[in-house]
Each structure stands twice: as structure tokens, then as C-alpha cells.
Ligand binder design. Structure first.
Ligand SMILES: Nc1nc2c(ncn2[C@@H]2O[C@H](COP(=O)(O)OP(=O)(O)OP(=O)(O)O)[C@@H](O)[C@H]2O)c(=O)[nH]1
Length: 327
């Protein structure tokens, strides 16, 4: 590491430029020329380079790029004596809570991290390391490159992936998980439970839905389906997965507990669905539902629990609809 203080002390006078080359060579020690070259190189970098005392946080060096792009000044003298957080962050009066000083490897290896600067809102990939300064103290050397563009592309990609995932998993009419996503998340719920815990499964099939379509039209049917979907969505969350299995059939997988016993829960869902009233122009649409419920130990395969609930639903339909049957 070159010695900036030495450089400041013996910096060549500008007038020396006009001296004959030989005389200049005699007057300027070669080390100083190297220092000047290094300073020039650091100042020409399109990257932040700075050095600060790890104990006091005093800034000991900042290259031109850092001074201009983060410090908002032109020369180091403008910030001399200040601490890194005062110059590098916006309105920071004490060491930053994300300061990496304590994380820097003692063996001098590089610590790599990414960070959004609070002064200019640019993202930087920072390479920090502990080095020994010319006076023996330990200092932090940071070299940081602007990755704002990459971050913005990454964020866009992330957003697009989220949208695609949503489109692939969520039924657009009811906002509930579609059949495939329901199976995936219901099975995830099952696997997340202790093997001896109870997994409940409820299958709902709306009653005489064809009559709604036939009487009011398909669009009216859609309106009622969407309203019922919204109601069912309110049951999803902590330990409950709700999905539209297709047409006018829905399913709810749930962790059955003492508080949420299957018949009591099914009763609540039955009442909620049957009380949905969807307004379609002048008409108010409403329908009942048949429900089949089953619950088994979480160690049981999902398709087996599902089959039981399906059989119970068949019995509910056969027994006249608008009722709950437990397997
Ligand atoms: N509007 C609308 N109707 C749908 C949709 N998916 C399925 N359906 C209708 O749902 C009706 C289901 O009819 P069925 O299987 O005979 O059942 P149901 O009339 O509800 O009678 P039960 O189930 O026996 O009580 C059909 O008319 C389908 O066209 C949808 O996305 N929108």
C-alpha cells in the first residue's frame, strides 16, 4: 500500500513541470513518481475506493469517483477529518447499523456484500478488507462497483417471475389456487405437520349450479363463482390451503386441531358459502353447497385423504345436497 501522507509531504511542486527533465528526475524521488501514478490510477477508476480507520471511522482516503459520486465534493480536503458514515451515508450521525467492520476477515480476505447507498440510492457491490495503514493501525479498504443497472434488471426479473408464478398457480376468476397449486400446497402443509397430527380435507361442490347458468347466463354464474371464491379465500392462511379444483368444485386442506375440529370447521364454511349473495344487474344470486370432509394422520398420502372426502361428498349429493357428510 502506498503512503499518502508521504505523498502529501513531498508532492512535487507544479512549477517543477517546467524544469528540465533531468533536473526534475534528480529532485523527485522515484517513489513519489510511483505514488503519483497510483493516485492517478485510483482516480481514473470507475469504482468507489476509500480507506477508513476501523476504530474511529475517520476517512483516510477517497478516490475521485467516490468523492464525486457519493461524497458530493471534488477533493479529499473538503472532507478531511470526517468519519466514513458522515460522508458516505445520508444524515448518518453515528456508525451505521449495517457497518461491516466487525465482519471483515482478520486474515485479510475480502468480504463481499451488496448495498444500496442512502446518499445517491445507487446499488454497490462492495469488496471490503482489513489492511494495515502506514502508521500501523488497521484500516478498512473498500472497493465498490456500481451495480444499479444489474439490480434493476434483477428486480424486474424477480417481479416477472412473481407474476408468472401467480398466473401459473392462481385461478383468475376466484383468486384461489388452481387444482395443481392446491395439490402442491396442500401436500406441503401435510408434510410440514408431525406425522401423528391430523390433516383435514373438505371438498365442496355447489348445488344445482347449472340452473344458475341456465337461468341468468354464464356471466352471471361467473359473478357468483367469483363472490364465493372471495369468501373461501378468507379461510386461507395459517394451516389452511384453499383451491378451486375446477368448475364449481372447491377444496380446503387444513391442519385439524381441537380448536378447528373438522365438522365445526365444515359447518362454518357451509354457512359462509351459502350466505354469499352476488348481485348481477337486478338479480341477486345465491346457491348452497354440498361438502364431503375427511381427516387422517398427516402420514397418510394426500390422494387417500382426498378420495375419502370425495366419497363423503358423493354421499352428501346423494342424500339431497346442501349438507355436510363426514367420512
Ligand atoms: N359460469 C360458469 N359456470 C361454470 C364454470 N365451470 C363450470 N360451470 C358450470 O357448472 C355447472 C355444473 O353442472 P353440473 O355438473 O350438472 O352440476 P350442478 O348443476 O351444480 O348440479 P349438482 O352438482 O349435481 O348439484 C355446468 O353448467 C357448468 O357449465 C365457470 O367457470 N363459470
Amino acid at each position: 500500500m502506498f503512503n499518502f501522507e508521504l505523498y502529501e509531504k513531498v508532492k512535487p511542486d507544479m512549477n517543477q513541470r517546467h524544469m528540465p527533465v533531468l533536473l526534475r528526475k534528480l529532485m523527485i524521488p522515484s517513489a513519489v513518481t510511483e505514488i503519483s501514478d497510483l493516485q492517478h490510477i485510483l482516480d481514473s477508476l470507475d469504482a468507489v475506493v476509500y480507506v477508513s480507520d476501523v476504530e474511529t471511522h475517520e476517512l483516510l482516503f477517497m478516490n475521485k469517483y467516490a468523492l464525486k459520486n457519493i461524497g458530493g465534493v471534488n477533493q479529499f480536503d473538503d472532507i478531511r477529518g470526517k468519519r466514513c458514515f458522515e460522508v458516505l451515508q445520508k444524515g448518518q450521525k453515528s456508525p451505521c447499523d449495517f457497518c461491516t467492520n466487525t465482519l471483515l476477515p482478520k486474515n485479510g480476505d475480502t468480504y463481499l456484500w451488496e448495498f444500496k447507498n442512502t446518499r445517491n440510492n445507487c446499488w454497490y457491490q462492495c469488496r471490503d478488507r482489513l489492511i494495515r495503514w502506514h502508521d500501523g493501525r488497521q484500516v478498512r479498504l473498500e472497493v465498490a462497483t456500481d451495480i444499479t443497472e444489474r439490480k434493476s434488471v434483477e428486480e424486474q426479473l424477480h417481479e416477472t417471475q412473481k407474476e408468472l408464478k401467480f398466473l401459473a398457480e392462481v385461478d383468475s376468476l376466484t383468486q384461489l389456487y388452481n387444482r395443481r397449486a392446491f395439490f402442491m400446497y396442500a401436500d406441503n402443509l401435510r408434510k410440514s405437520l408431525p406425522k401423528s397430527a391430523s390433516l383435514g380435507l373438505m371438498i365442496l361442490d355447489l348445488d344445482y349450479f347449472k340452473d344458475i347458468n341456465d337461468s341468468y347466463g354464464h356471466e352471471a354464474g361467473d359473478t357468483l363463482l367469483a363472490a364465493i371464491g372471495q369468501k373461501l379465500l378468507s379461510f386461507s392462511g395459517d394451516g389452511t390451503v384453499v383451491g378451486r379444483m375446477g368448475g364449481e368444485e372447491f377444496a380446503i386442506a387444513f391442519h385439524e386441531t381441537e380448536k378447528r375440529e373438522k365438522l365445526g370447521f365444515a359447518n362454518g364454511v357451509y354457512k359462509a358459502v351459502s350466505s354469499v349473495k352476488a348481485l348481477y344487474f337486478k338479480d341477486t344470486l345465491q346457491c348452497t353447497t354440498s361438502i364431503g370432509v375427511s381427516s387422517q394422520m398427516a402420514a397418510t398420502e394426500l390422494r387417500d385423504i382426498m378420495r375419502e372426502a370425495d366419497n363423503a361428498l358423493y354421499q352428501a349429493k346423494s342424500a339431497g345436497r346442501s349438507q355436510i357428510k363426514v367420512a
